[in-house]
Ligand binder design. Structure first.
Ligand code: HEM
Length: 274
């Protein structure tokens, strides 16, 4: 039987699940507000009770996303300050961009055109770090502008009125960028690329097989072997119920994301009027 190793803890997987739920909810409720003259946006909003109700759901999902963001920050602070895991900020276990990411990016470009071997990636590849930071800063910008739109009276005590117009533009444009990035780039990078098509279950099961670890992350495999730490992350293969649930939840999320992506694309191409 194939050996399996843990890649993501239960807490990380649950947090990613909360992120998926809140993000899909925010896009599904935010885009009809933005393209409120498009036929599908009017139909969708009327189905839930009107644009006012859509706005209410948008704020509800915003609370979930904020919770997710705060939990993640809390997790990082706890690991750094209480567990004293300095490696969370720098080193092979960290999501911080580091010099090897640039050399691996260059090596990967060469590999794409057949001019070199595939770089020996570690625990996190350069594109996974890019995805992480794109979401991190994107959420900070969308969240800040979103709360300004939600509580204008509160924020108007500190900023002039014209800032709210700017906040609305930034919120809408950054939302478009975030949705486009997640539903096109992140989906492709993580799930739709040939090695993983149609879906990588690792974020749901938390485990990858020895073959995946060796082939896709050889530097991480060598590091774990060298440190004698391979057995500490060894686990059973994901049980059937877990794989089935992952297929259902992951498949549903990807399908909803792609449907939203095409609706947004349609709205952008038709000027949001059809
Ligand atoms: C903490 C996070 C967020 C908060 C507090 C927030 C809050 C808001 C508020 C108060 C509005 C105005 C709603 C109305 O007119 O009734 C709004 C609009 C909108 N939101 Fe968010 N939001 C957040 C995250 C997001 C995310 C993640 C997306 C999509 C990726 C998004 C997409 C939109 C869009 C497209 C609009 C319409 C903008 C326009 O009319 O041009 N929001 N948001």
């Amino acid at each position: 039987m194939a050996e399996y190793y843990f890649r993501f803890s239960l807490g990380q997987r649950l947090l990613h699940g909360l992120l998926v739920l809140s993000f899909l909810g925010l896009v599904a409720t935010g885009m009809p507000l933005r393209y409120n003259q498009a036929g599908w946006a009017i139909w969708l909003s009327h189905t839930v009770g009107g644009f006012g109700v859509m706005g209410f759901f948008h704020r509800t999902f915003a609370v979930l996303l904020t919770l997710c963001f705060l939990l993640h920050l809390g997790q990082i602070l706890y690991r750094f300050l209480v567990l004293r895991e300095a490696g969370i900020l720098w080193g092979p276990d960290s999501l911080m961009p580091q010099p090897n990411d640039f050399t691996e990016f260059y090596g990967h470009l060469k590999w794409f055109v057949g001019l070199g071997p595939r770089p020996a990636f570690g625990r996190f590849t350069y594109w996974e770090k890019f995805d992480y930071w794109a979401v991190f800063w994107g959420m900070a910008i969308i969240g800040t502008t979103g709360f300004m739109l939600w509580f204008p009276a509160l924020f108007s005590a500190f900023v002039p009125g014209w800032i709210f117009n700017v906040a609305l533009v930034i919120h809408g444009e950054e939302a478009l960028l975030a949705a486009g990035f997640i539903f096109a780039i992140h989906f492709f990078n993580s799930h739709l690329r040939p090695e993983k098509f149609p879906m990588d279950l690792v974020i749901f099961t938390g485990r990858l097989s020895e073959q995946e670890l060796k082939e896709e992350r050889p530097a991480e495999y060598a590091r774990l072997c060298g440190a004698g730490a391979l057995t500490s992350v060894k686990t059973d293969p994901p049980p059937r119920w877990m794989k089935n649930l992952s297929w259902i939840l992951g498949g549903l999320s990807i399908a909803i994301g792609l449907a939203l992506f095409f609706l947004i694309l349609f709205a952008v191409l038709t000027g949001g009027k059809e």
